[in-house]
Design a protein. Structure first.
Lengths: 213, 206
């Protein structure tokens, strides 16, 4: 199974960085092939530019996104690791979605249509590992926009039976060191849920048969 | 009332900018003082930097002259108007980053006895004006993260006396010039009559 980990936090010594390390170790131990993207470390620019907007309906005219698109098309599973700010993905990660999920590679728009058709059918699993400053209750009142972005909007262009796995620590601002350590320790187990294990087996089987492209 | 209009689109000739101008015309017809903040034109940086994140929980979280200026604008305006295209079911990164970098401690919230309390208590109305590529039913199915961020999450920082107005142009990619012109008129008209709407709804509740 091939997993792409996309991580966004400005502080390399943050709790979120520890989460990313745990995710990477957990997936490696489970035998996944891994690619890791650290958006801050690579100096990714999240601003969708005027030139990109002018060309956003063209197919294959997105050189700025090519490397990231190749990673997206390579993976079976996309893992996003980020802190939830203002109830959603940090601007850095939202900018990665705005700029990298381009026409042709991730979606297609039929002539005269207004509904996207997915082109990222290789992605069978979306996993989010995140922290929320506020409680689950406050997040529910806010309608959990960040969760909708992944489980509804992004998933719509992935594999038809793609599932979302939500691994979140709520109330992190008021949490104790023990709470955070327990959440951290539980990451490998939660990444190896029965469903994800079955999916991984299925994908490795396909690879061994040579049936994957 | 003083209205702060925040516009987030990279191209000056965009429909979003036409919507911004219509909103400003409407506000002026209603006699509001309008301040426009065009995030792309100002070169607003979207992402929060390491030093800003380190300062986030301090007494002085605002480090950039531009975010200091915008925080002052937020504190002195009673109506916040957001004009943006909905991308991937949410706010463009530049607008999301504006919330993260400007709406900080003592601007949007404060701590009282270790609990988060709203600090935008002077804000009377939040207005969202946006265009969607998808039709209305698909936006409802995808559950409109951008609208939830502004009309619910940001609203929770405004205390109890805030109204929200949402103006959405659906299926914008397949819309014709007539529909777009009609929506521009609707935006201007709605913005010009917001006070009346507010007076009525306030009267109804109290």
């Amino acid at each position: 199974m091939r997993s792409l980990v996309v991580y966004a936090h400005p502080d390399p010594s943050s709790y979120c960085a520890a989460l990313r390390d745990k995710v990477v170790a957990g997936l490696a131990a489970a035998g996944h092939e891994l690619r890791v993207t650290d958006l801050y470390a690579e100096g990714f620019d999240p601003l969708f530019t005027a030139a990109e907007h002018a060309a956003h309906l063209d197919v294959g005219a997105h050189p700025h996104a090519a490397a990231h698109v190749a990673d997206l098309q390579w993976c079976d599973q996309l893992v996003l690791v980020y802190p939830t700010w203002w109830s959603g993905q940090p601007a850095m990660l939202k900018g990665w979605i705005d700029r990298v999920w381009v026409r042709g590679a991730t979606w297609e728009l039929p002539a005269g249509g207004n509904r996207l058709q997915g082109r990222l059918r290789n992605v069978r699993s979306l996993v989010v590992v995140t922290t929320h400053g506020s409680s689950k209750w406050v997040n529910v009142l806010q309608g959990e926009p960040g969760k909708r972005t992944v489980s509804r909007t992004l998933r719509a262009v992935c594999h038809r039976r793609a599932r979302t796995t939500w691994i979140a620590l709520y109330g992190v601002d008021r949490s104790s060191l023990e709470d955070r350590q327990a959440f951290l320790d539980a990451i490998p187990r939660r990444l190896a849920s029965r469903r994800l294990r079955r999916l991984a087996r299925h994908r490795s089987g396909a690879a061994a048969d040579g049936t994957r492209p | 009332m003083k209205a702060l209009v925040v516009c987030a689109h990279p191209r000056g000739e965009s429909f979003t900018h036409a919507l911004t101008r219509a909103a400003v015309r409407g506000c002026e017809r209603a006699g509001h003082d309008v301040t426009v903040v065009d995030l792309y034109e100002l070169g607003f940086r979207a992402e929060m930097l390491l030093e800003e994140h380190r300062a986030y929980h301090s007494e002085t979280p605002l480090l950039d002259p531009m975010t200091i200026e915008h925080a002052e604008l937020v504190k002195t305006h009673e109506m916040l108007v957001f004009v943006y295209p909905t991308w991937w079911g949410g706010l463009p990164a530049v607008l999301k980053g504006w919330l993260e970098r400007v709406m900080v401690l003592d601007v949007a919230f404060r701590f009282e006895r270790q609990r988060v309390r709203p600090a935008l208590t002077h804000v009377r109305r939040i207005v969202g004006i946006t265009s969607y590529g998808s039709p209305w039913w698909a936006v409802k199915l995808l559950q409109d993260g951008g609208r939830r961020t502004l009309a619910r999450a940001l609203r929770m920082s405004c205390g109890g006396h805030v109204a929200t107005t949402w103006l959405g142009m659906y299926s914008v990619d397949t819309s014709g010039i007539v529909e777009r012109a009609a929506f521009l008129d609707r935006v201007e008209h709605t913005m010009a009559h917001l006070n009346a709407v507010k007076a009525r709804s306030a009267g109804g509740h109290r």
